[in-house]
Design a protein around this ligand. Sequence first.
Ligand SMILES: [Zn+2]
Length: 440
Amino acid sequence: MAIKLQMLTEHPNEIALIERYWAVDESGQFLEKVSVLADVIQMPQGVTLASFIRQRCTAFDENQVCPQCAELIEIRNRSEAKKVPQRSAKLCTFCQDKRNAIELEVKKAKAEELERRLAEYFRNQLSRTVDYAGIADGQVLLLLALDRAITPRLTNGGFTIGDCRGLAPRYISDFLSQLREAGLILEDPNKAKPGTYYWQQDEIWVVNTQVAYRLAPDTKLGSGEEVIRSLLDRVYTDNEGLFNLWLDYSVADVMCYLADQCDLYNHALSEHEFEEIKSSLRSALEIYSVSQLWSVAWKVVRDAASLANREYYNRQKAAATIPGKIRRYLEKARRESIELKSWSRPELQPAGTLGMVLGEVFGIDEDSSGLTVSSLFARLTGRECSSNVEAELCEPVRELMTNALAHDVGPSVLFRFAELIRAGHDVGFAVKEIGSALRS
Ligand SMILES: [Zn+2]
């Protein structure tokens, strides 16, 4: 017989049934059909013949031996039996149990090692304190906005990227990265969900969306609410840093609207195309306002949608024109001093707490143009000395006026000047632009 039986029952009827179930001929064929045997003994409801037999007998296939110890392999039902002798792919129960125990031991050791390393990493982070009086202006505003978005978890610890959605309309993880890279927010493995940190071979991997963060402690104030309160008295002096933060925020505000419009018209843009648009818009924001660029986004996305319906075009080709259209439209607006329309804030797109903080501290919003904001920051931070600016303009203005009078084009020069100012350019740009047009 090719199958060795180890009876666990002493009941003669059951033993007879079990022997009939496992009986095979010389070629390994089972002698009787399962359907015939199922009715021989009354079985409890819901119990199959195979499991009834398995509970009363352990069966070993003489055709399969354990690759490790050469003992016979236990089989649970007929389909696991082999007709010809062969080396088994799986281990016998004993060897498998031994292997499982070893694996469990290794797993436990690795889990302990992970815990030890994370605790050490966290202790290390906490030992590095920050002097919040010395951090950059942009970082102060970001922290104030973040605190408002997730209060009181910034100082209590245990917030994730997902919790920070209220910070800005888009690019939340980029804003958080700014704070992380500056060492102002730390990972707090104690507060993260189990499974956030895990082994991948010999490296520790992280589920980014589950990482829990907390505020880094201040040298003197610890990491409580006092840190945030201390930031409220900040006197802002970093003109460039403030303007960069405003650009980061504003580009998020425009890109959020643009992405929504693309969704609305089923334009599928690649990550690369979004990045290209983002660059164009960021540079346009140095002049225009968020609300003006919303109108540009609206127009370009609609144009692409109508293009998609034309012959020889499809959705994908039409969507691919969006980055180029935005760039050309902005270039044309600048060249011809076209006044861009301003859209009002989309209903479903709140400004975010960063927008609110910028509004409260500097009185700016989506209608403030980049030119206005940059001169406001320059004035507030004392980086602009008006007499200096005027002195620099003295020579070009004298030349412009002399030339205008010499060519007798005074009125048209003044009209053009007014046009450029209305389009959002500053005096210096307008004088330079008209001056070079007059000379050519
Ligand atoms: Zn074995």
